[in-house]
Write a protein of this length. Structure first.
Length: 413
């Protein structure tokens, strides 16, 4: 609904940015202008007086989004450069900035039963609305905020399709985007995905491995239970861990350390979900996530204790503050539930979506709304609003109390 690739439209097949039809060249451009205001949590231990996260209370952004698509009989290409100008107010100080980056730069060539793609793209699968546990490359399966895009990463892929229900994909992850961290966090990934499509069910198995790390095994499935009901799930298991966990030494000092240096146990994530489409066309989703790729109750207490130590003025390395603010897990705790409903407009004037996510461990939650309204054929208003509940020591509320973003998307040509 709000993503470049909608994971509800083709639930269990691999998806990526789609180039132009053969024998064509197409160019388009649109602009996105937005204003953001947010309630920054300044009293809690994780961001005292906003000294650590340095979040703006008010900001604006203008982004140009050109797209160039071209195709021949055998190959096609897609280019999405982005030009962004922004301004922000951080504790009374006004700052301006700009950046240029390429969100998609993809060349895709076809041979009989074989596709080869090289470049920056988004590769997604599954029906998960909150997370995509089986996808080692993209944590979130789609963007709920209508102002945001799924940011591409650099891949080489080789896809094969049989005449029947089986498909295979070889994936080499060669680089991250401009937002994701540089070395030493990035490691080249290799993955193999085997897909299957039946009459009422689809599924896939994914094996992947980062350089120098243990392998990861994942899987996803979707079953059409009835005309209105889909059941789906995803799972992954590995000894590879990308996050930090707090560890306390004999002196009582707490540090955020790489998880693999503290424990070499297997870690898993399981998502179970269902969607139901009402007679008026409104789809509703319910999901539950259980994971050990996050902090246990004891680790979460140490995490908060470390934040209090930093807030009290205890000497702490700068990198420890960064790890404290962002432990780098896809989710900080271990049990979550999601409810989501999307209301389409039959006259195609816009849409509306509501989301409720609850952390079942610390009882914090996020209530969010996203809506769009089309203005003629050349513009679209959008609104995103979210309220974080759970206090300054919970996962969701430790940095931000609320966020409201309004804006307009202008279609050029």
């Amino acid at each position: 609904m709000y993503a470049e690739t909608d994971s509800s439209s083709a639930p269990d097949t691999s998806k990526s940015d789609v180039p132009a039809p053969r024998g064509s060249v197409d160019f388009s451009i649109n602009a996105v202008l937005s204003l953001l205001t947010q309630g920054v949590e300044k009293d809690g231990p994780f961001n005292v007086d906003n000294r650590y996260a340095l979040l703006p209370e008010n900001s604006w952004e203008t982004e140009l989004r050109p797209e160039l698509r071209a195709a021949t009989n055998y190959c096609s290409g897609l280019l999405k450069p982005r030009m962004r100008w922004n301004g922000s107010d951080i504790e009374g100080q006004t700052a301006y900035g700009h950046e240029f980056f390429v969100n998609t730069a993809l060349v895709k060539c076809k041979a009989p039963s074989l596709d080869i793609s090289v470049g920056r793209q988004s590769i997604q699968w599954g029906n998960g609305q909150f997370r995509s546990p089986s996808n080692p490359f993209f944590a979130e399966s789609l963007q709920f905020n209508p102002a945001q895009e799924v940011l591409g990463k650099d891949f080489i892929t080789l896809s094969a399709q049989t005449q029947r229900e089986w498909s295979g994909m070889l994936i080499v992850h060669t680089g991250d985007n401009h937002i994701d961290p540089d070395e030493p966090y990035f490691r080249r990934d290799y993955g193999v995905k085997l897909g299957w499509v039946g009459e009422a069910s689809t599924g896939g198995l994914i094996w992947s491995q980062r350089n120098g790390r243990p392998p990861r095994l994942g899987g996803h499935w979707t079953t059409t239970w009835s005309d209105a009901t889909l059941l789906y799930g995803e799972a992954t298991i590995s000894r590879d861990a990308a996050g930090f966990i707090p560890a306390q030494d004999a002196s009582g000092s707490i540090r955020m350390e790489p998880a693999q240096e503290v424990s070499n146990d297997h870690r898993h994530t399981v998502l179970l979900g269902a969607s139901y489409t009402f007679e008026n066309g409104v789809p509703a989703y319910a999901e539950y996530i259980n994971t050990t790729e996050g902090l246990s109750s004891h680790e979460a207490k140490l995490w908060t204790d470390l934040a209090h130590q930093v807030a009290s003025g205890a000497p702490v390395d700068g990198d420890q503050i960064g790890r404290m603010i962002d432990p780098r897990w896809r989710q900080a705790r271990r049990n979550y539930a999601l409810l989501q409903v999307a209301v389409p407009d039959e006259k195609e004037r816009g849409d509306l979506a509501l989301r409720y996510v609850v952390n079942l461990d610390d009882h914090g939650s996020i209530i969010a709304l996203a809506t769009t309204y089309n203005v003629g054929g050349h513009g679209q208003w959008f609104l995103y609003a979210a309220r974080n509940i759970g206090g300054a020591e919970g996962e969701f509320g430790r940095l931000q109390k609320y966020a409201i973003q309004i804006g307009v998307r202008i279609y050029g040509f």
